[in-house]
Design a protein around this ligand. Structure first.
Ligand SMILES: C[S@@+](CC[C@H](N)C(=O)[O-])C[C@H]1O[C@@H](n2cnc3c(N)ncnc32)[C@H](O)[C@@H]1O
Length: 305
């Protein structure tokens, strides 16, 4: 597999959303440039500013997009800060796309430590950041592990897996993703379609990259833009819930608290419209061609002028 065989999810649906756009679109998760490549090829009226915190992804994306480099600017940053900076300098932004989570490149590249079979236990999207999965799994207290396994892994009963890790840690350092996934697998009593370490790995990845915090700050930093279409693709319910709730809040005219009997806010706070009443999901055909797309959900919002 070469790095460009990464298939962008919901590609036709993304192209459709931005088909009539003009001006500048921000691709907040440039990744390997799959969506940006197709957008630039299809719509000659747009420029793209791409953000990614993964410097390796940026190098590959620039190579892929070099044909259209005159219509591309790339920013190496996390998207919450990156978007703030870009919005403060540009007044011609007409669209924002975010395809959040990790790329196939990050999962398939064993040195990055996202895979169950990796000899590394890293999971950083931003290679300049200082927190790795290895640090977390070997140093977090019982309560901290409980918290991330419950909140980010959505593990109903995190006690057994936490205890197993703490017991193992008495005599060993957990050095690799392979060692951690095998430890969990060998102690797992439940047979399931998914790897028994999936939720622990999800929790670690979210904690290492502060994924939910980043998404919340990103949404906060775009909430006062005007005349911009936003499309956000997420891959698990924790992210999708954050996006859904923010879009609902932006579409509400009255911001009085639920227990207010008569509106006192002025009833004039609606920022725009939710364009996707239900999330846009991949077709059966897309899922057949790209299994990783199966949990993708895209939600769209249009901010008023
Ligand atoms: C699913 S991939 C995007 C793939 C891209 N749409 C494509 O077609 O190639 C997600 C990318 O977003 C980046 N990313 C995730 N969270 C980020 C954040 N908070 N700030 C900046 N980049 C982030 C990851 O490093 C990864 O490269």
């Amino acid at each position: 597999m070469n790095e460009f065989s990464h298939i962008p999810v919901l590609l036709n649906e993304v192209l459709k959303e931005f088909r009539d756009s003009k001006g500048t679109i921000i691709d907040a998760t440039l990744g390997l440039g799959g969506h940006s490549f197709a957008l630039l090829e299809e719509n000659k009226d747009i420029n793209i500013i791409g953000i990614d915190k993964d410097i390796e992804a940026i190098t590959l994306a620039k190579e892929r997009l070099k044909k259209n480099s005159d219509r591309l600017e790339v920013v190496h940053s996390n998207f919450s800060n990156g978007i703030k900076e870009i919005l403060s300098k540009n007044n011609n932004i007409t669209g924002i796309l975010a395809d959040i989570g990790i790329s196939s490149y990050q999962v398939d590249n064993l040195s990055r430590g996202f895979s169950f079979y990796s000899d590394n236990l890293d999971m950083r999207m931003d290679l300049d950041s200082h927190i790795t999965a290895k640090m977390i799994i070997n140093s977090y207290s019982k309560d901290e592990l409980h918290r991330i396994f419950t909140e980010y892994g959505e593990i109903k009963n995190p006690i057994p897996v936490t205890k197993m890790i703490l017991d193992y840690r008495k005599n060993h350092t957990i050095n690799t993703a392979k060692e951690l996934s095998q430890l969990i697998e060998s102690n797992s009593k439940i047979s399931s379609r998914i790897h028994p370490a999936t939720l622990v790995f999800q929790a670690l990845r979210i904690e290492v990259n502060d994924e939910l915090g980043e998404l919340k700050r990103f949404l906060k930093n775009i909430e006062n833009i005007k005349n911009v279409k936003v499309a956000i693709i997420s891959f698990h319910s924790l992210e999708d819930r954050i996006v859904k709730e923010r879009f609902r809040a932006w579409a509400k005219s009255c911001i009085c608290s639920d227990d207010t009997i008569k509106c006192i806010c002025g009833n004039n706070y609606k920022k725009g419209d939710i364009l996707s009443k239900k999330p846009i999901i991949p077709s059966q055909n897309e899922i057949r061609l790209n299994k990783r797309s199966r949990s993708a959900k895209m939600r769209c919002f249009r901010f008023y002028e």
